[in-house]
Design a protein around this ligand. Structure first.
Ligand code: G6P
Length: 462
C-alpha cells in the first residue's frame, strides 16, 4: 500500500478511511471514494504536501487491495486480523464506547463487563497499537498526527511513547459522556481511555459542551487534563460542494422520482440518517403519527420522507432497530394511508444523490437525535433546500449550539412536543421560512471542512 516510510508531515488516523475497494466479477478492484468532512478537509492538504491517511481495511475488497499492494497515494490501509477488528470495532467501539457517549444504555439494555468484554478490550488495545505503530513508522521528524474518534482513544498515549518528537492531536466526532455516566465503565478502563487521549498535545471536540464533559471526567477520575490543550472546532457543512453537487443530473432524476412518490402539492418533512439508536428515528415517526392523529387537517397534505440507511449491521441491536423503524413506518402507512397518499416514504438503500434530492424538496427537516456529536444533516438541508426549510432540531444535537436560535427546538424524548413542533414548522409562512433557512445556512457553513482541519493543524503546530 502507498506508504511514505518516515516522510509524512501530516498524518490522519481513523477507523474508516477515505476510500474502499470492491472486487468485481472479473476479479478487478474498483475503488470508491467516500464523502464526509474529513475527506474534504484532508484534500485541502493532499499527498503532494506529505499528507498520509492511515485507516483500516474494512471490506473484503480492502483486504484484497492490501494483499495485492494496490492503493491510492496518501492512503495506507492496515489489514488488522478480522477477529481483532471485529472485537475492537463491533465489540468495544460501537457496543460500549458509542453507547456510553450517547447515553444509550437504559434498562434492560445494560453494559456487561464480563470476561468476554475483557477479551474484546485486549483486541481494542491491539487495534490501537497497530495504528500507533503505523503512524510511528510513517511520520517524519516533528510531524503532526491527528487521530480520529472513539475507535482510537489509546493511540495518542501509545504514539507519544514511540515518537516523543511528534505533535499529536485527537478529535472526537461524538458527544462526550457526563462524568456520572462515563464512570459506568470499569475504573481501569475509564482511566485508560482518558490517559490514552491525554497522551495528545491537543484534543478537539465539536462543541464546548462535549469538551467540558471530557474535562470534568478528567478532573474526577485522573486529577485533571495535565498539559493537554482542549479545543473546540464546530465542523460545518461544505456549502460550495453541496450547492454544486445538488444540481447535477442524477439529483434531478431522483427529484422527479421522489416527486412522483410524494404527490402533487404536498408538504414534505425530510429526515436522513444512518439507522442508529442515537438518531431517534422511531420517536420521530411516532411524533409524525401523533401529528396526523391530533391535526387531521394535515392528512393527505403532508408526506414524511425518511431515509434510514443501514449501519453497523453486524450488531443485533442495530439490526433490530432497523427492523423496528420499518415496522413503525409501515404501520403508519396502514393506519392512515389512502389510495392516493402514502404518509411515510421510507428508503433504506444508501443513495447520496437521492438524499440531496430530498434536501432540495424539504419544507421541514427533522433532526431529533437523543444525543449527537454535531449532526451535519441539520446544517446541510438549509443550504440545499430549494425553497428554504424549517428545522426541527433536538437540543441534544451538537448543532444546537450554533443553530438553536433559528430552529424549532425539541426535547427528543418528548413525542407530543415534537409533534407540536412539526405542526408549527409546517405552518410557518414562506417568507419567514426562507429568512430562517438563510440564517441557518449561514451559521451551518461558518466553518467548512477544509478550514476546520487547517485550524486544528495550525493550533497543533503553534
Ligand atoms: C460517526 C463516527 C464516525 C463514523 C461514522 C459512521 O459519525 O463519529 O467515526 O465513521 O459514525 O459509522 P461507521 O461505523 O459506519 O464508520
Amino acid at each position: 500500500m502507498a506508504s511514505t516510510f518516515g516522510a509524512a508531515q501530516v498524518l490522519v488516523a481513523s477507523n474508516r478511511g477515505p476510500v474502499s475497494y470492491e472486487v468485481r466479477e472479473d476479479g478487478s478492484l474498483h475503488a470508491k471514494r467516500g464523502g464526509g468532512g474529513l475527506v474534504s478537509g484532508l484534500s485541502a492538504i493532499g499527498p503532494d504536501a506529505g499528507a498520509l491517511w492511515v485507516c483500516s481495511a474494512l471490506s473484503d475488497g480492502d483486504r484484497e487491495a492490501v494483499r495485492r499492494g494496490v492503493g491510492e497515494d496518501g492512503v495506507r490501509m492496515l489489514d488488522v486480523p478480522a477477529d481483532v477488528h471485529a472485537d475492537a470495532y463491533n465489540g468495544i467501539a460501537n457496543s460500549v464506547l458509542w453507547f456510553v457517549h450517547h447515553m444509550l444504555y437504559q434498562t434492560p439494555l445494560e453494559p456487561v463487563f464480563d470476561a468476554e468484554f475483557r477479551r474484546q478490550w485486549a483486541s481494542y488495545e491491539a487495534y490501537n497499537r497497530a495504528f500507533a505503530e503505523a503512524l510511528a513508522e510513517e511520520a517524519a521528524e516533528g510531524a503532526v498526527a491527528i487521530v480520529q474518534d472513539y475507535h482510537l482513544t489509546l493511540v495518542p498515549g501509545m504514539l507519544r511513547e514511540l515518537r516523543p518528537d511528534l505533535r499529536i492531536g485527537h478529535f472526537s466526532h461524538t458527544p462526550w459522556a457526563p462524568v456520572d455516566y462515563f464512570r459506568m465503565l470499569p475504573d481501569d478502563i475509564a482511566e485508560q481511555v482518558l490517559r490514552g487521549m491525554l497522551g495528545a498535545d491537543r484534543l478537539g471536540f465539536l462543541t464546548r459542551r462535549w469538551a467540558d464533559a471530557f474535562t470534568a471526567c478528567c478532573e474526577a477520575l485522573v486529577g485533571g487534563t495535565g498539559g493537554t490543550e482542549i479545543g473546540v472546532h464546530g465542523l460545518g457543512a461544505d456549502a460550495d460542494f453541496l450547492r454544486k453537487r445538488s444540481h447535477e443530473a442524477d439529483v434531478d432524476e431522483r427529484m422527479a422520482a421522489l416527486r412522483a412518490e410524494i404527490g402533487e402539492g404536498r408538504r414534505t418533512i425530510v429526515r436522513v440518517d444512518r439507522t442508529e439508536l442515537s438518531k431517534n428515528i422511531v420517536r420521530g415517526l411516532l411524533a409524525y403519527r401523533r401529528l396526523l392523529t391530533d391535526r387531521p387537517e394535515w392528512r393527505e397534505r403532508v408526506v414524511h420522507v425518511a431515509f434510514a440507511y443501514p449501519s453497523r449491521q453486524d450488531l443485533a441491536v442495530y439490526r433490530d432497530y432497523t427492523a423496528e423503524v420499518q415496522r413503525v413506518a409501515e404501520s403508519i402507512n396502514v393506519e392512515f394511508g389512502t389510495p392516493g397518499w402514502t404518509p411515510v416514504v421510507l428508503h433504506v438503500k444508501d443513495d447520496f444523490a437521492r438524499s440531496l434530492a430530498a434536501y432540495r424538496l424539504a419544507d421541514v427537516a427533522l433532526v431529533n437525535p437523543i444525543r449527537d456529536g454535531m449532526n451535519l444533516v441539520a446544517k446541510e438541508v438549509p443550504v440545499v433546500s430549494d425553497e428554504g426549510c424549517v428545522l426541527v432540531l433536538s437540543r441534544e444535537a451538537g448543532a444546537y449550539e450554533e443553530l438553536g436560535e433559528d430552529a424549532l427546538v425539541v426535547n427528543p424524548y418528548d413525542v407530543s412536543g415534537t409533534a407540536r413542533a412539526l405542526h408549527e414548522a409546517l405552518s410557518v409562512g414562506a417568507g419567514e421560512r426562507a429568512e430562517r433557512s438563510k440564517r441557518l445556512a449561514a451559521a451551518g457553513t461558518a466553518l467548512p471542512p477544509a478550514r476546520w482541519f487547517l485550524e486544528q493543524l495550525d493550533a497543533l503546530r503553534s
